[in-house]
Design a protein around this ligand. Structure first.
Ligand code: 5CA
Length: 157
């Protein structure tokens, strides 16, 4: 089955990085962590939410890959990145990442983005992340997430 343009960009980034991950496009919605977990049949805690914040001083995007069971601890992130962060609006997120909210992948982004990874994700053998659209996901290991993103593992969730 052929992938939509956004999902194919994610698949190409995965292949270029040398991982065997396969993007799958599903008939059901994977827009939220709960929906994604239902669609693939895993626990919501095994879903990677890729949340984009904006550094309030620098204006830079910051991606936080957090377990679907957790909320981002913004105070912790502030201490780690050295500035307050704010939830970015949908248009800005699309502009900086190349993808719409609900399908933001942790890889294959329009520009390199500083990434923090929720340490809770490391306890699972396999996790699932969005792959560019609200119907596309891929399965990977926590170690692959760390390697692919170059992200820093922290207690941010
Ligand atoms: N595909 C799923 C699971 S992988 C997914 O992308 N989940 S998510 O949690 O990473 O993305 C949805 C998140 O986007 C919501 O949790 C919410 O924090 C955020 N969001 C939703 N609407 C908006 C909006 N209008 N502006 C900014 N952020 C939003």
């Amino acid at each position: 089955m052929s992938l939509s343009d956004s999902a194919r960009r994610v698949q190409e980034a995965l292949s270029a990085a040398g991982v065997a991950c396969q993007v799958v496009e599903l008939p059901g919605s994977t827009r939220t962590a709960v929906e994604a977990a239902q669609a693939v049949g895993c626990g919501v805690e095994q879903i990677v939410k890729s949340l984009v914040f904006r550094g309030e001083t620098s204006g830079r995007p910051i991606l936080i890959a957090v377990s679907g069971a957790n909320r981002v601890r913004e105070g912790k992130v502030k201490a780690l990145v050295g500035e307050a962060i704010a939830k970015a609006d949908a248009d800005w997120v699309r502009q900086r990442t190349g993808y719409a909210i609900g399908g933001i992948p942790p890889v294959g982004l329009a520009e390199p983005i500083l990434t923090l990874i929720d340490r809770d994700l490391l306890q699972y053998d396999l996790i699932w992340a969005a792959a560019g659209t609200p119907h596309a996901v891929f399965c990977l290991t926590p170690a692959e997430l760390v390697r692919l993103t170059g992200g820093q593992v922290e207690d941010v969730g």
